[in-house]
Design a protein around this ligand. Structure first.
Ligand code: HEC
Ligand code: HEC
Length: 378
């Protein structure tokens, strides 16, 4: 009997302890984690140094959230069949793997879909520079007859009729009213948060990854302009694909170059379409090479299937033309004696492999898996 009593006492004590800890646990979990609101802390993404966010469109959690819904919404296309993400898929670093994209009625676009990354540090948009900035760019695919083919008035009308959007526009911009300007502001806010900063190359820069010997040589070659007179070997890439961002200069048209894809008779219009200057014929926007291993095929027209082909192009495939970049003309790893000879970098097979290995260092699996960029409708 004494034994039983003792046991019951133990049981009561254990039960009390259990109840107490259950309450304690609940107190720890409660209140539920609040969704952050208001001003988005820019320093979270200002990794490559300062960039200017337009003063009249500060990033907010609500604006970014709205932009993300719009980016993944097929109601932005006339027949509700495609969204921005149809041509800019996260797993392909926001490209679509095609030489030319396919619009809402199956027609092909003129150029291949650009990767959307680190746009905070770029200004002119589109391969030929025809969008003066991101805010103007994001409304172009909606209205483009081949891409989404919908007027801005239709877009506003469709979004206003949903249950979802009026409240989201109110949360982001203070009133339920939907306007093209608010659509473009929200879309650009979301796109500005697409920052790739966790590739092996970034980890190396932060002292968290030790590159192989070949990768180290690749980094060196990529960023070095060759000077054969002084015994300095280089791949010359960093002359145009600048710094850790590997994209072109953000100053007006400075980042647009003719990188030797065609000779004069077949040279594409490129930047000349925007500036009307013959000197800009065949010049295209220098793209970022971040996640480049995921974004084949390459160049504005997707002419190269592999990075090996791209490197071979720069080494031995350069076509001479009147607007060919001077940065390419004077880059060679052998002293140039005959200036009428074809332009060649003269890299060794090992050096080409080293540069290729560097390009693979720019793949950022955190970026392509980041939940903040995923489809919010799923
Ligand atoms: C039918 C496919 C398609 C759809 C849909 C599409 N895009 Fe694109 N996007 C492209 C193509 C192709 C390019 C390159 C166009 C060019 O340079 O002429 C591009 C370029 C861009 C660029 C320029 C990037 C740079 O570095 O210059 C941005 C930004 C962009 N798209 C955002 C969007 C947004 C936002 C949407 C939805 C509103 C969208 N795209 C819908 C195919 C598409
Ligand atoms: C004179 C400036 C210049 C130099 C030097 C240069 N590039 Fe480029 N690069 C460009 C431009 C401009 C484009 C886009 C051209 C186009 O599509 O018409 C480009 C495109 C590319 C692409 C394709 C990107 C894509 O998204 O399709 C890769 C890859 C690339 N370059 C790698 C390199 C490598 C590697 C080197 C060094 C061996 C190099 N580049 C040297 C200007 C340059």
């Amino acid at each position: 009997m004494q034994f039983l009593k003792k046991n019951i006492e133990n049981l009561v004590a254990a039960l009390a302890l259990f109840l107490f800890s259950a309450v304690a646990c609940q107190e720890k979990e409660d209140p539920a984690p609040q969704k952050p609101t208001g001003r988005f802390p820019l320093e979270k993404i200002l990794y490559f140094g300062n960039a200017t966010v337009p003063a009249d469109n500060p990033l907010t959690y609500e604006g970014i959230d709205l932009g993300r819904f719009l980016f993944y919404d097929t109601r932005l296309s006339e027949n509700n069949s495609i969204s921005c993400a149809s041509c800019h898929a996260q797993e392909l670093a926001f490209t679509d793997g095609k030489a030319q994209s396919v619009g809402l009625r199956g027609e092909k676009t003129q150029f291949g879909a650009s990767s959307l990354v680190n746009l905070l540090w770029q200004s002119r948009m589109m391969w030929d520079g025809r969008a003066q900035d991101l805010r103007h760019q994001v409304l172009m695919p909606i209205q483009d007859p081949i891409e989404m083919s919908q007027t801005l008035a239709q877009t506003v009308e469709k979004l206003t009729q949903t249950d979802l959007y009026p409240a989201k526009f109110e949360a982001a911009f203070g009133t339920k009213e939907i306007t093209p300007e608010k659509i473009s502001k929200a879309l650009s806010q979301f796109l500005l948060t697409l920052v790739s900063k966790d590739s092996k190359y970034d980890r190396f820069k932060r002292g968290e990854y030790q590159p192989t010997a070949s990768e180290l040589r690749g980094i060196q070659l990529f960023f070095t302009h060759p000077e054969p007179e002084r015994g300095i070997r280089g791949g010359n890439c960093g002359d145009c694909h600048l710094g850790d961002l590997t994209s072109g200069s953000p100053f007006e048209f400075e980042g647009f170059h003719n990188n030797g894809l065609e000779p004069d008779p077949t040279l594409a219009l490129g930047l000349q379409r925007v500036t009307n200057l013959a000197a800009d014929r065949g010049k295209f926007k220098t793209p970022s090479l971040r996640n480049i291993a995921l974004t084949a095929p390459y160049m504005h027209d997707g002419r190269f299937q592999t990075l090996e082909e791209v490197i071979e192009h720069y080494d031995s495939g350069i076509q001479h033309s009147t607007t060919l970049s001077p940065l390419i003309i004077e880059a060679s790893n052998e002293i140039i004696t005959d200036f009428s000879a074809p332009i060649r970098l003269h890299l060794t097979p090992q050096e080409k492999q080293d540069i290729l290995n560097f390009l693979h260092l720019l793949t950022d699996s955190t970026f392509i898996q980041n939940p903040a960029y995923q489809n919010p409708f799923e």
